[in-house]
Design a protein around this ligand. Sequence first.
Ligand code: KIV
Length: 271
Amino acid sequence: MPYAPAELEKPVTIHKLRQMKADGEKFTSVALYDAPTAGAAQRAGVETVLIGDSLGMAMLGYDSTVPVTMEEMIHHIGAVARGNRKSLIMGDLPFMTYATPEQALTNAARIMQAGAHMVKIEGGTWLAETVKMLSERGIPVCAHLGLTPQSVHKFGGYRIQGRSDEQAGQILDDAAVLDEAGADLLVLECVPSRLAKRITDTVSMPTIGIGAGSDTDGQVLVITDLLGLTEKPPKFSKNFLRETGDIHGALRQYAEEVKNGQFPTAEHSFN
Ligand code: KIV
């Protein structure tokens, strides 16, 4: 049956996303940073919103996510939480705010108190203890593997990750370890579609892809990409405003195309 986007009726929980994964029903996420777009996402039926540290590039004019501060994140998380009462709200812990489990706990508490329902952190097996510590203390965690933008200088640029067998094996192992440690969601960014599918089929937590093909449980796009505001849009994004002509229509169209399996296509993915 074709999907009819509708305003979210009830607040979205992690249980709802797990049920959607079990039922093979796709969900959507948008990285956004303010109250009006957060409200528009709720009305378009977008299940999760992310106040990503992409804030730095999308809104604040920085060259990367590295300069983003806790204060900037908290400011924007508050705005999104006031504008959207139904989507599950995820907030990024910015660069070097979770280098140790204790530091992660202190900063994750601030992100939650600002209005997030879950924190997102970038990295693999080294974060297992942190994920366990946060989970045990009641803080849900979204892990993030593949192209993790806070490591851009270590990667030597924004490069697809997991193309070699060795890299793919490492990402697969990291995903299994983080799943076991208690992570609730997993963002997979810029990895080959086949690898994303394999991880999605293996882990118990729902996966959210961006540049990771169509087989992840959910999809996420950055609002400025989705609305055609990015000067050089990434291959994995799509300008939904061009087709629809208004922001509400663009968000509804995005949700509908994800649900119907029309987005992303091979054109937005990596092999
Ligand atoms: O910061 C961000 O917006 C993100 C998404 C692109 C997944 O991490």
